[in-house]
Design a protein around this ligand. Structure first.
Ligand code: ADP
Length: 446
């Protein structure tokens, strides 16, 4: 059962923290919008009561005697709304005629002032020359006796409409949520991705180092379990290899004794057969021992030029008067184990030389894989035995009789080397005759 335990750094706590962070950031952004975006973030003028204040002041001044209007206007002024009265328009130093406002279009004013038609002019800060201290919104109202009233709300704009304000706030909340969700998912997905990559790497590299536990509790638990499993597998393989090496080693002593005892066999024919068998066994044991103690198994993955390695190999064969026809690029950097790969390819070419002749090699690079193909024009291998030849010590009857010197460990060790770097080695009979050995290597092996 999944419990919501917020004391632990688990997935549930991370999700909860992400949601809380999203909400807090959203509130913060909204607060910043209202505070910092200043005038534009305020509600529209009609919702502030400023228009009502203008209408009431206008009515009051109209009712007052002319000589008291200036004083009254001053008295009606406050920081939100500055009121000025003047019998003439000129002293207001207006930048121009201003925009005529029909009183019917402003219901708040119309309701309170509709008794008598009045001239209304509106000014925007932009109507004044740039940098002018008077650049504010201003409403000019001509009273019935021809005198003028000016209303200036110095610190505000006409405000945004409710719809616009809600849209902006909604957008800010969305930005906050997307931001936090992005950080949150990265926090969760990042360690998961690294875990998946490391697990994949173990599939292709048995000696891959353990994965560093990170991320929420559940993921750390999974990584620890994976590391334990990986260590057990590595330990198991090492133990088996050691055991097989020890058995092979211990078989050498009784074999040597057999050989000594064989000296006392009188029948020369039987003695010859026994010596041949003993020699063959010794040969196999030595091959097995060198297979188990193969130092290329300890090789680490590094970037190297695979094409150059193959070209060098071709040169080495040429020095031994063996011509290997090679087609491939001049350079191709690959991340893998050069020694193991070289050993595997050498085994394949050796086989082509031993059992067939006219070895050919191709290096092909595709988006996801690298192919190394070694082919020959020999007899090939019966289809039924194409997999069997990978079994250690398995040799086809024909090669046993031909006394080619191998013990049947070449192909198994080549396949092991290729599989250890996440690749595959397969054999195919070519339509026109001959064997095709194909090494397929993954391109992205990080
Ligand atoms: P070894 O060469 O030591 O016998 P390998 O494991 O390399 O052992 O090969 C196993 C068997 O597969 C060989 O004995 C041989 O019969 C067969 N074989 C390998 N390569 C070829 C080839 N190119 N053409 C025909 N037969 C082959």
């Amino acid at each position: 059962m999944i419990r919501l335990d917020l004391r632990r750094d688990g997935i549930s706590r991370r999700i909860a923290l992400t949601i809380i962070a999203a909400m807090l950031i959203s509130v913060l952004l909204n607060f910043l919008f209202v505070q910092v975006a200043g005038v534009w973030a305020r509600p529209p003028l009609s919702k502030t009561g400023l228009l009502e204040q203008i209408a009431v002041t206008a009515r009051m001044l109209e009712a007052a005697p002319r000589d008291q209007r200036e004083r009254l206007a001053n008295a009606a002024s406050n920081p939100q709304l500055q009121v000025q009265w003047n019998p003439e328009r000129a002293p207001f130093a207006l930048p121009g005629p201003g925009e005529t406002i029909e009183i019917e279009t402003v219901p708040e004013l119309h309701e309170l002032l509709a008794t008598r038609p009045r001239r209304l002019e509106g000014f925007q800060p932009g109507d004044w020359p740039k940098g002018s201290p008077d650049a504010h919104y201003k409403l000019m109202m001509q009273m019935a006796d021809g005198s003028w009233l000016a209303f200036t709300p110095p610190y505000r704009s006409w405000g945004l409409s409710t719809g616009m304000r809600l849209t902006i706030i909604g957008l800010l909340a969305l930005v906050a949520a997307v931001l936090v969700a992005w950080v949150g998912t990265r926090q969760l997905a990042g360690p998961l991705q690294r875990f998946a990559r490391a697990a994949r790497r173990f599939g292709s590299d048995l000696r891959a180092p353990p994965i560093r536990p990170e991320g929420p509790h559940e993921l750390r638990q999974a990584i620890t379990a994976f590391n334990t499993m990986q260590a057990q597998i590595q330990h198991f393989i090492a133990e088996r290899t050691q055991m097989l090496a020890a058995i092979s080693h211990d078989l050498r002593a009784p074999l040597t004794r057999m050989r000594l005892r064989g000296e006392f066999i009188e029948d020369p024919e039987q003695q010859r057969k026994l010596f041949r068998d003993v020699d063959e066994m010794q040969h196999m044991i030595n091959a097995a021992l060198s297979f188990f103690r193969d130092e290329t198994r300890l090789e680490t993955t590094t970037p190297f030029d695979l094409a150059e390695l193959l070209w060098t190999l071709v040169d080495d064969y040429r020095d031994q008067q063996i011509e290997v026809a090679f087609t491939g690029p001049a350079n191709l950097v690959y991340q893998g184990r050069p020694l193991g790969l070289k050993r595997a390819v050498t085994n394949l070419i050796d086989n082509a030389v031993k059992y067939a002749g006219a070895p050919q090699m191709r290096l092909i690079s595709t988006t996801h894989t690298l192919l190394i193909e070694v082919s020959d024009q020999g007899p090939g291998i019966p289809d039924a035995a194409l997999e069997e030849v990978f079994v250690p010590f398995f040799r086809l009857e024909s090669s046993r009789n031909r006394n080619t010197g191998g013990v049947g460990l070449g192909l198994p060790s080549a396949r092991t080397a290729i599989r250890e770097q996440g690749g595959e080695l397969t054999l195919h009979n070519r339509p026109g005759g001959g064997l095709l050995a194909r090494i397929e290597l993954p391109r992205v092996n990080d």
